[in-house]
Design a protein around this ligand. Structure first.
Ligand code: TYC
Length: 105
């Protein structure tokens, strides 16, 4: 049976009511393609917020460009939400429409 926190879908749940531990839910963070954000800016985002090197960042950017979306990483909910907020704020500050979203894994 689920604890209250699990019913809340709270990412901090680590225990069932029987004391069994279980891992937190994980969330994918994705970048979405658009027609306006410069490719170089997307590469900088992948380096700055997700820790990729230039080569891997370029491959991910090209995948998003060609396929419409691409995976940046998988994180607990609070970490994923922070990434989405940081990337969205950075894109907005630089006046690019780049979209970053999260979805349950
Ligand atoms: N499609 C953009 C262009 O041609 C590049 C781009 C790649 C934009 C990835 C967003 O998440 C993105 N300049």
């Amino acid at each position: 049976m689920a604890t209250r926190k699990q019913d809340d879908r709270n990412s901090g749940v680590l225990e069932t009511e029987h004391g069994k531990i279980r891992p937190p839910r994980l969330y994918k963070v994705l970048l979405l393609n658009d027609d306006f954000t410069p490719m170089d800016f997307v590469i900088v985002v992948l380096e700055k917020f997700f820790g990729f090197g230039r080569e891997q960042a370029t491959l991910i950017m090209l995948k998003v460009h060609r396929e419409g979306r691409g995976l940046c990483g998988v994180y607990p909910r609070d970490v994923a939400a922070t990434k989405v907020d940081q990337v969205s704020a950075f894109a907005r500050q630089n006046q690019h429409p780049l979209a970053c979203v999260m979805e349950e894994n």
